[in-house]
Ligand binder design. Structure first.
Ligand code: CP
Ligand code: NVA
Length: 309
């Protein structure tokens, strides 16, 4: 049966571990210039309702590296933009391609698409989740720490889609997720309860200073996500004081790392000094989107990697 990847809960801890191992192997193969065309002749359709730099390029280059092909589809150019139903688009596309990646507003769009698609559907970001980002982030953390279990990641700022994927990943990684967000922008209680019920550890902190005190990783994202532009003024006002700057970083352990999924708005959620500073690993995160998604694609389309030599 085909499997989708719409949220971190679609994989278990063993699958996560094997995706990260495969991603690191694929990264070595690429850097050695060794061909790894494990998806020769396969196609990925990519539907983007929203802008993208990293997701679009990493999926497209990833398919090329693997010997396959990716198609960039703008809904405005598809019949979808003229009212064709999601379920009809899903069934037709599955007759041509081997997997579909979708970046959309409503998470329900992805769920409906996946219900009717005979091929795997991958979430390239929805209002609720950004699981591919967190796969790459987990790989990036695994490159720095031998054991993820018991690491502490502190989320500062807007409790958004990326934050939600971190919360749902906690049961898979064993990491503790601490959230420092102003009350209107905290993640939903139901989501936190869901992660806790699956064995995840999630904590709401009183303020950013307290939240970073024993953090291994500080993480933030833009305050105005795609689709939230109408709330810009209100968000900037409420989130003031939640910037990762040198003053806040000084409250964290000296070897704490700083992550951001990008794009960044310097001077809002993160200062220029911190994102450009020695504790920032944001470019590794961006690079690892490529390797982690290639591992995911090989697993979803070909059932896994050939045995490693
Ligand atoms: N982090 C991320 O998904 O970036 P893009 O919006 O550029 O794809
Ligand atoms: N939270 C951001 C992530 C962008 C990659 C957004 O949804 O716009």
């Amino acid at each position: 049966m085909k499997k989708d990847f719409l949220s971190p809960i679609d994989i278990d801890e063993h699958e996560l571990e094997s995706i990260i191992t495969d991603a690191m192997h694929l990264k070595r193969l690429k850097s050695a210039g060794t061909a790894h065309e494990f998806l020769r002749g396969k196609s990925l359709a990519m539907i983007f309702e929203k802008a993208s730099t990293r997701t679009r390029v990493s999926f497209e280059v990833g398919m090329t590296d693997l010997g396959g092909h990716a198609l960039f589809l703008n809904p405005q150019d598809l019949q979808l933009g003229r009212g064709e139903e999601i379920r009809d688009t899903a069934r037709a596309l599955a007759r041509y391609v081997d997997a579909v990646m979708i970046r959309t507003y409503a998470h329900a769009t992805l769920e409906e698409f996946a219900r009717y698609s005979a091929v795997p559907v991958i979430n390239g970001l929805s209002d609720a989740q950004h699981p591919c980002q967190v796969l790459a982030d987990i790989m990036t953390i695994a490159e720095r720490f031998r054991d993820l279990r018991d690491l502490k990641l502190t989320w500062i700022g807007d409790g958004n889609n990326v934050c939600n994927s971190w919360i749902l990943s906690s049961p898979l990684t064993g990491m503790e997720i601490t959230i420092a967000s102003p009350p209107p922008y905290r993640p939903k209680e139901a989501l936190i309860d869901q992660a806790r019920a699956a064995g995840g550890r999630v904590r709401i902190a009183a303020d950013p200073e307290e939240a970073v005190r024993d953090a291994d990783v500080l993480y933030t994202d833009i305050w105005v996500s795609m689709g939230d532009e109408g709330e810009r003024a209100e968000r900037l006002k409420t989130l003031k004081g939640y910037t990762i700057n040198s003053r806040l970083l000084a409250q964290a352990p000296p070897d704490a790392l700083v992550m951001h999924c990008l794009p960044a708005h310097r001077g809002e959620e993160i200062s220029d000094e911190v994102i450009e500073g020695p504790q920032s690993i944001v470019w590794d995160q961006a690079e690892n989107r490529l390797h982690a998604q290639k591992a995911l694609l090989v697993r979803m389309i070909a059932g896994g990697m050939p045995p490693m030599e």
